[in-house]
Design a protein around this ligand. Structure first.
Ligand code: CS2
Length: 479
């Protein structure tokens, strides 16, 4: 079988690079890279991407053997459509050569550094948003500026190099599912820079731009079955395809260094002054129910989001939490009907071609809970509005993170706090004791841990989950 290669992009020259991307996962390659490719197809420009893997060489190795081109497979309910992508021109693996990454970021032609490093990649406390200065990787980067390990270490050192060389800075564009992601990364970069060189921190404060953005596209991890089906359909072996749904949305705060950016608005990106209502809507409605379905669905034996929402009890859970618990906490973005938005989400979850594992979404729950569930719960408590669905989802996270499913089988929990949550559910006999043990995780629960009505509602949810199991408990609160 023929390996995918540059020859599969007939007539196309590769662009010059204008972007460095940190965290070269499937999401970036199916989302931001696609918009950049659309821009260059429509109006040219040099917005090629230097992709950086911050940990493993595996994506680089697969892409290297196929000229860094890859297939993006759009999976609609009726089947797949394929597109060969060529805007990632080069891939670097940070641990192999941090100096090459810094050199790439220091080049003046690079005008934007985008990031998808996941929630934990910012090394901040999820509840407070503050930099974890006791984190070993952050400590390493503060003392080894020329060989960073973290995205923050790379950003600060690369900005320092540009400043010292008299170049303009790049725009830092976080594309992770975090509230006010740009403003958050700005605060972290500033805090980090301040610890190294206050003059650098001042320059960053006045010259660098950190737009926030909301990103949305469901892109499950690629499996061997996906690789096989792409090969069967296209006749090309691609070891690094990305599988994505048709839906795609990007809402970006229009605040770039010297206004230097691709004309994203010409390819469907919403350029706005304030991203907050969009990201709150998306984080709470989509990611909030994704995480709820992940923990409750996994415990009930559902392997994917599609499987979970095919179970009427879980579809009813989504409907209930959207209408009664999430939408009442939101201000609709302009021209957006939140009920219609939620209905579209359910259609997307029902797409039978997208096999998005509940286990995948369940990862890193301790970093996801605050912005996906806890903020919404807090708003409901302020309004004295009951939110049994979201409370049950938090209880399900507690049970899941403890590491044993309802049949007594171990769960492979992937979470930076996994060592602290392991065994906490079964190790505490009463719902009260359980809840208190988890509420001690101050960096997850923050202020909520001190609210008596939160503790009480969580005890009720834990009792319900323990007595009826995940499916039974969902059935009870939705009927
Ligand atoms: C998911 C997201 O893995 C997860 O936690 O909730 O990756 C989700 O698929 C995207 O945010 C959709 O835009």
């Amino acid at each position: 079988m023929t390996r995918l290669s540059q020859a599969d992009l007939p007539g196309k020259t590769r662009p010059e690079n204008g972007v460095v991307h940190l965290g070269l996962g499937a999401f970036f390659r199916a989302h931001v890279a696609m918009y950049l490719a659309d821009v260059m197809d429509a109006s040219g420009g040099n917005w090629g991407v230097v992709g950086v893997s911050l940990r493993s060489p595996s994506t680089r190795d697969k892409l290297a053997a196929q000229d860094n081109v890859y297939t993006a497979a759009e999976l609609g309910p009726e089947g797949a459509q394929y597109r060969v992508m060529g805007d990632v021109t080069k891939v670097l693996v940070a641990p192999e050569s941090p100096a090459d990454v810094l050199a790439a970021m220091a080049v003046p032609a690079i005008r934007i550094v985008t990031l998808t490093v996941t929630e934990k990649g910012y090394h901040h406390e999820p509840a407070s948003g503050l930099l974890r200065t006791d984190d070993p990787d952050i400590l390493h980067d503060l003392t080894n500026p020329n060989a960073p390990r973290t995205a923050l270490g790379f950003l600060v050192r690369a900005l320092d190099l540009r400043r010292k060389a008299g170049h303009r800075p790049f725009t830092v564009l976080s594309c992770d599912n975090l509230p006010e992601n740009g403003h958050m990364v700005r605060a972290l970069v500033q805090e980090f820079a301040q610890l190294i060189d206050p003059a650098l921190a001042d320059w960053i404060a006045s010259e660098v731009r950190f737009p926030s953005c909301m990103v949305d596209r469901i892109v499950p991890a690629t499996t061997q079955a996906d690789i096989d089906s792409v090969e069967a359909d296209t006749g090309r072996l691609d070891l690094a395809p990305v599988m994505h749904e048709p839906f795609c949305q990007w809402v970006v705060e229009d605040d770039f260094v010297d206004g230097d950016r691709p004309p994203l608005e010409t390819v469907g990106v919403q350029m706005v002054n304030d991203v907050t209502p969009f990201e709150k809507m998306k984080l709470r409605c989509l990611n909030g129910t994704h995480s709820s379905l992940a923990y409750l669905g996994y415990l009930a034996g559902h392997a994917t989001i599609h499987d979970a929402v095919s179970d009427p009890v879980f579809a009813a859970l989504c409907a209930k939490v959207w209408q009664a618990e999430i939408i009442p906490t939101l201000t609709p973005p302009q021209d957006t009907d939140l009920t219609a938005y939620a209905a579209t989400l359910l259609d997307r979850y029902r797409n039978p071609s997208i096999r998005h594992a509940t286990w995948q979404i369940a990862m890193d729950g301790s970093q996801k809970l605050p912005q996906r569930l806890l903020g919404t719960i807090s708003d409901n408590l302020d309004q004295n509005r009951p939110c049994a669905g979201l409370m049950l989802a938090v209880a399900a996270w507690m049970k899941y993170a403890s590491g044993q499913d309802e049949t007594g089988h171990p769960i492979d929990v992937r979470d930076p706090l996994a060592d602290r949550t392991r065994g906490l559910w079964d190790g505490n006999a009463s719902a009260e004791a359980r809840v208190d043990a988890y509420l001690d995780l101050g960096d997850v629960f923050g202020e909520l841990a001190n609210r008596a009505e939160f503790r009480q509602a969580l005890i009720t949810a834990c009792d319900l989950l323990e007595t009826h199991g995940a499916r039974g408990a969902v059935e009870r609160i939705t009927s």
